[in-house]
Design a binder for this molecule. Structure first.
Ligand code: NAD
Length: 306
């Protein structure tokens, strides 16, 4: 039988943890030996209203089960204050789960600046603020684990979610860069696109499907990724939910390489468009430098076909 993953002596911060996925993460880590900072400002789905109740309920549940937890009611826009709570109450920060989120769904035609700005403040600025405040502690102790939360809407686009999808794909680039900067210090960062029954999905999915998508079933993957035993899976994107876990990666067609001189015209591209679209021999790029290598190849080519 596989050994149970434990998090004894570690401090976990979970943002937006008053319900849904965040609550499921907190209850899990609280039951596996970690001290948990349960952050939630008790927002409505659209980011209005404030209540300390949501976080308090989760803290009480962890404590009643014999675990250690403390509430924090700050908005993730002030993420440094959330990390401050971890340091003040527990003296350290080991694992950060950026989970807080809201929706402002509206067709692009009707989208207003405030719909755009609020989504970016909570998802993008919020994740930046917590990670930025945790970073010096992670570097100093040569240990840190970060989970950022994207969405299938961000990976693929979704009607009525231009703001949300842009913010959620930002989580991918953010995570990939944190992974590259952090690996030297044993800071591991991954991004998940979860799917789970919560107030975010309960009105858009049928009940029989929702029954298959408990938030608890996103937790095991997150536990594996943030555990100290994971020292190499970093900068990765996972889709997870309803018992299914899959990794996503970028795929590039082997592409059309032409000499970059005056013969490099729109017509030259159109003529060989099939090669641009040919995925029969794909590449799986993982950094900006492999494209630069292609450019060097282009310099060596002879003139393009007329
Ligand atoms: P949820 O609404 O149950 O939980 C989000 C929590 O974030 C709420 O408790 C809310 O009060 C809190 N929150 C909102 N703004 C905050 C702020 N400024 N500061 C602190 N807390 C704040 O939704 P959920 O489904 O559990 O979503 C969790 C995360 O997963 C979100 O980032 C969401 O975008 C993402 N996600 C969920 C699904 C899904 O299927 N449920 C799919 C894709 C992505």
């Amino acid at each position: 039988m596989a050994e149970q993953l434990r998090f004894d002596g570690q401090v976990v911060v979970v943002t937006g943890a008053g319900g849904g996925l965040g609550k499921a993460y907190c209850l899990f880590f609280g039951s596996r030996g970690a001290s948990v900072v349960v952050n939630d400002l008790g927002a409505s789905l659209k980011g209005e209203a404030n209540s300390t109740k949501a976080a308090d309920v989760v803290v009480n549940e962890i404590k009643a089960a014999g675990g250690k937890a403390v509430a924090n009611y700050d908005s993730v826009e002030n993420g440094d204050k959330i990390i401050e709570t971890a340091i003040k109450e527990f003296g350290r920060i080991d694992i950060l789960i950026n989970n807080a989120g809201i929706l402002r769904d509206i067709s692009f035609k009707n989208m207003k600046d405030e719909d755009w700005d609020l989504i970016f403040k909570v998802h993008v600025k919020g994740s930046y603020k917590t990670a930025r405040a945790a970073w010096p502690y992670f570097r100093k102790q040569k240990f840190g684990r970060v989970i950022n939360t994207a969405s299938a809407a961000g990976l693929f686009g979704n009607f009525g979610q231009a703001n949300y999808s842009a913010a959620k794909l930002a989580m991918v680039g953010f995570t990939e860069t944190l992974a590259k900067e952090g690996i030297k210090y044993n800071i591991i960062s991954n991004v998940i696109a979860p799917i789970a029954a919560s107030r975010m999905t309960e009105t858009v999915m049928p009940p029989d499907l929702l029954a298959l998508m408990k938030p608890e079933w996103v937790v095991p993957l997150v536990a594996v990724l943030v555990h100290k035993n994971n020292t190499s899976e970093t900068g990765s994107i996972f889709e997870v939910g309803g018992g299914h876990v899959a990794k996503l990666r970028w795929e590039r067609s082997s592409g059309l390489l032409l000499k970059a001189d005056e013969s490099y015209t729109p017509g030259a591209i159109i003529k060989k468009w099939d090669q641009v679209m040919d995925f029969s021999n794909p590449q799986y790029p993982s950094g900006p430098n492999d494209f630069l290598a292609l450019l060097e190849e282009s310099l060596k080519l002879g003139p393009n076909d007329p």
